[in-house]
Design a protein around this ligand. Structure first.
Ligand SMILES: C[S@@+](CC[C@H](N)C(=O)[O-])C[C@H]1O[C@@H](n2cnc3c(N)ncnc32)[C@H](O)[C@@H]1O
Length: 269
């Protein structure tokens, strides 16, 4: 077991039940939209990588022939199985799988999806290679993940300043969740996919508003870490603050915005 795998399992193992009820995960805007963009067909066999509590897999199950909800954290798989049972989704099963070594033969699936998880994976290139291997020719990959700033988010920053903001953003995420790996800017994803023989068929991006208190509570952050994260949001590097848009509501509660990228890409022969 690698260091990053055991970190992920310890972080998500204790938090599995919170992810089952998290609004961002159960009802986030990207869930409905990525399904629309992926346009699943009733005959398809699908795989959800890093399914967490199974929200994406459960939303897809009624629209496909069968779906495997996979993850490396057992308590998350237990939550996903519970969700499938509660909705009577008899075509959804769970499987333990690491994103960089998927335990499925080549050409197994018509659709592979992965939502709000790839920033934990130790090697994004390896993950994309595995997605390509298990997809049939012409098969579809649907990705949703948080991304770092690009020129659209920071129009006044130089390339070097954007790189600094990307590093600061990832450090901010890692402070809250030590199992966070790396969330790159959107272009890294499009380049990785195109290099590996995928054609991008849909791309969207939107800001996701987060309530700071529940965001830190979900990862059970220690009080000192909460303080440090709050300090970064209110007094941290200016390009990071431009990107995260911290603000207080009328009651004084802190909110900020993360960027979600949605990509749909087809495997070319
Ligand atoms: C935020 S949750 C996933 C959310 C879920 N996909 C959804 O849409 O609600 C992140 C998940 O990634 C899983 N994970 C992290 N690294 C992984 C890896 N290398 N391989 C497989 N799963 C991984 C964790 O166990 C965790 O369940």
């Amino acid at each position: 077991m690698t260091n990053s795998t055991s970190l992920v399992q310890s972080q998500f193992g204790v938090a599995a039940a919170d992810y089952a009820t998290s609004d961002v995960h159960a009802r986030g805007e990207s869930l409905g939209r990525i399904i629309e963009l992926a346009a699943p067909q009733q005959s398809w066999r699908a795989l959800d990588v890093a399914t967490g509590a199974g929200h994406m897999a459960a939303a897809l199950a009624p629209r496909v022939a069968g779906i495997v909800a996979s993850d490396i954290t057992d308590p998350m798989l237990a939550e996903a199985a519970k969700l499938a049972a509660s909705r009577n989704l008899t075509n959804m099963r769970t499987a333990k799988a690491e994103a960089g070594a998927l335990p499925f033969p080549e050409d197994s699936f018509d659709l592979v999806c992965c939502r709000l998880a790839a920033h934990h994976f130790p090697d994004l290139g390896r993950f994309v290679g595995e997605v390509r291997r298990v997809l049939k020719n012409g098969g579809r990959f649907a990705l949703v993940d948080n991304v770092a700033p690009d020129a659209q988010q920071l129009p006044d920053a130089s390339a070097a300043e954007r790189d600094e903001a990307t590093a600061a953003y990832n450090a901010f995420e890692k402070l809250r969740d030590p199992s966070h790996g790396h969330a790159p800017p959107p272009e890294t994803w499009t380049e990785l996919l195109e290099k590996d023989g995928f054609a991008i068929v849909a791309r969207e991006q939107f800001g996701k508003e987060l309530d700071f208190d529940s965001w830190v509570a979900r990862m059970r952050c220690a009080p000192a870490t909460v303080k440090e994260l709050e300090h970064i949001l209110t007094d941290g590097p200016s390009n990071l603050r431009t990107f995260l848009q911290p603000r207080r509501d009328a009651e004084g509660a802190l909110h900020f915005t993360l960027q979600e990228l949605l990509l749909v890409a087809d495997k070319m022969a």
